[in-house]
Structure formats: structure tokens, C-alpha cells
Design a protein around this ligand. Structure first.
Ligand code: SF4
Length: 333
């Protein structure tokens, strides 16, 4: 399945050998107005959150359900890890580590051999993960599915033929309004010609239309941030669905990214209005099936807690991906 435009670059454009570093590009500025100084590599994860900020995950939350956004950003309610989210974290961790090895050694066997150590590392960082499974049979089935996803990855791509420029890259850019956009890109490839390919691994299955729209919004968000911070429109956005072995590719252009920026700005305005009014409405959808907060959601007969006293304007969205922590489940299920 691919909604990509006919101007799609060939996949081989990104085959090894590739540049290890991005090309020199202008620094952060508004879309179409790159600043004059060369950009330093963003290190969003190293900096304290400041000012209003938004990640693609939280933007998608508000679009999905304003009350879910409130629970996650304003109330900061904990969400128990799920087996699906933990498996996604594990598979992502293995795929990140796989590229530590020299290209010829990136075999399916090498990837599978990383499963055990990476699981140990994740479980050490988050001990509650070990209680996700009722018994060893359940854990073995869960692990078998992670293995299958890694095998599917090798059917989609040959990692011996590419050299990612970045893995788990923290990216950020600040709009003229002061809103900081930030997020983590699973992988960024840079071709010898300087073209950027943004790669995201999805551990759900087939991307039904609404889930795919959510995933592509996330990818356009990243593409916008990269355009603003590097002055280069990514040539290709690539979603790799490891649950069913599909790839979705999309070639964005400046018009796409300007539209994405307008959408994000309008979305932020809506978030600020909801915050000012204290009006965070539930929006029931199929995604409620994955929501950890049904018991306090009016749509399911629950009552949300009182809003915390400090929920004023400009609150930062602190969503991030600190090393060793479980990722959110992607909804492509
Ligand atoms: S259960 Fe559904 S409607 Fe309620 S907060 Fe969660 S996503 Fe929103």
C-alpha cells in the first residue's frame, strides 16, 4: 500500500554508501525562511523543556480526543505498560542496536540475538514490565511475535546496504509563535546526494485509513521540523509496518509542509482555547479500545479528577523517549 506521489525517489537512492553526516544547511527559521547560520544538530533530549511545546504524539492525542490530551499533558496520569507497547519498545531497541554492528554483520540471526539483552536492559530500567505476563507461556508467545516482527523487517529491507545517519534522533524547531515542535525520529537516512529519508517503524498491523492518517500526520510533523531546522524538505517519509510487512511511503513537498504547519498552529490555538476554558471534551472512537483512562471517562460512565491547580497556558508537552522507557503503543492494530 502506498499513497505516495508519482515523484517518489527510488529506494536505492538511499542504499549504502551514504553520508554519515547531514549536509550543511541553514538553521532554524520559519518555513521558507531559513536562517543564515549553519544548524547545529538538535539535542532536544538534553535540554530542559521550556515554553509551550508540542510533539506529534500529543498533537494526535488532541485530534483523537481532547480529554485524552488533558489526561496525558495536564493531569499527567500514569498509564500502565501494555504487552503491545513493551513489544514495540523492544523491537525498536533491537533495530536501533542492530546498526551498531558493521554492515556485513547485520543478519537476522544478529538481530534475534539482541532480543534477550535488550529485554534485560528494558526490564532493568522498568521492573514492572516483568509482571506483564501471567506465565512463561504468555511471555514466550509475546517474544515469538517480536521475533516474527524482526524477521519481517528483513523481508522489507536489507540493513547491510544502508548506513543510517541517525537513530532515535531528537529533533526540534521553534515556530515564530514561540511554539516548540519536538519529537524523536526512529531513523534518518541521508543519501550521497544529501536527500533525507525519515523512517518510522510501526509494530501494529495493517494501517487502516484513520490509523494511517494519524501515522502520516506524525511523519509530516517530523518532516516539517526537519525542514525548519535544516532547511531541507525530506525527500521521502517511510513507515515500515512490522506487524504485517507493509511499507507506506510518501514524498512530501513544501506545500504539504506549509499546510502541516498551518494545521499545527490551528491545533495549538484549539488546545489553548480548551485550556483557557478548562473544557476538555471526550471524543469517543475506536481508539478508546486502547485508552488507559476509560474508568474516569464520562463516555464510559466515569468522572475525571478535578483539574490540577497549575494548568495555565503555555504548559510544555514533555512527552519524550528517555532511553529504556516503554514507548506508547502505536495504534496501527
Ligand atoms: S476512553 Fe475514549 S473518549 Fe474517553 S478519554 Fe479515552 S480516548 Fe477519550
Amino acid at each position: 500500500m502506498s499513497p505516495a506521489s508519482p515523484t517518489l525517489p527510488r529506494v536505492n537512492d538511499f542504499a549504502a554508501p551514504v553520508a554519515q553526516a547531514p549536509p550543511d544547511v541553514p538553521a532554524t527559521g520559519s518555513a521558507g525562511e531559513p536562517a543564515a547560520e549553519p544548524a547545529a544538530e538538535p539535542a532536544a533530549s538534553d535540554r530542559p523543556a521550556r515554553g509551550p511545546s508540542l510533539s506529534p504524539s500529543r498533537a494526535a492525542d488532541f485530534l483523537t480526543c481532547p480529554l485524552l490530551y488533558r489526561f496525558r499533558v495536564i493531569d499527567r496520569l500514569p498509564e500502565p505498560p501494555s504487552p503491545a507497547a513493551a513489544r514495540g519498545t523492544l523491537v525498536h531497541a533491537v533495530l536501533e542496536r542492530l546498526f551498531d554492528a558493521p554492515a556485513p554483520d547485520r543478519s537476522p540471526a544478529a538481530a534475534l540475538a539482541l532480543l534477550g539483552p535488550e529485554w534485560d536492559r528494558l526490564a532493568a530500567a522498568e521492573p514492572e514490565l516483568t509482571s506483564l505476563f501471567a506465565d512463561e507461556t504468555e511471555r514466550a508467545a509475546w517474544l515469538a511475535e517480536a521475533r516474527t516482527m524482526l524477521e519481517r523487517y528483513f523481508a522489507l529491507e536489507d540493513p547491510t546496504r544502508l548506513e543510517p545517519a541517525h537513530r532515535e534522533l531528537a529533533v526540534e524547531a521553534v515556530l515564530d509563535s514561540g511554539l516548540r515542535l519536538h519529537g524523536y525520529v526512529d531513523r534518518l537516512d541521508v543519501s550521497p546526494a544529501g536527500d533525507l529519508r525519515v523512517v518510522d517503524y510501526k509494530t501494529g498491523t495493517a494501517p487502516r485509513a484513520d490509523f494511517e492518517a494519524r501515522a502520516l500526520f506524525q511523519m509530516r510533523f517530523y518532516a516539517l521540523v526537519l525542514w525548519l531546522s535544516r532547511g531541507v524538505v525530506p525527500r521521502l517519509l517511510q513507515l515500515m509496518y512490522l506487524g504485517n510487512g507493509e511499507i507506506v511511503r510518501y514524498a512530501p513537498d513544501e506545500g504539504d509542509l506549509r499546510a502541516t504547519q498551518r494545521k499545527i498552529e490551528a491545533l495549538w490555538l484549539a488546545i489553548e482555547r480548551a485550556r483557557a476554558a478548562g473544557d476538555w471534551r471526550p471524543k469517543r472512537s475506536r481508539l478508546c479500545d486502547w485508552c488507559a483512562h476509560q474508568s474516569i471517562c464520562p463516555e464510559f460512565g466515569g468522572t475525571p479528577p478535578d483539574l490540577p491547580s497549575a494548568h495555565g497556558a503555555g504548559q510544555a508537552d514533555r512527552s519524550g523517549r528517555p532511553d529504556g522507557r516503554v514507548r506508547e503503543a502505536d495504534y496501527g492494530m
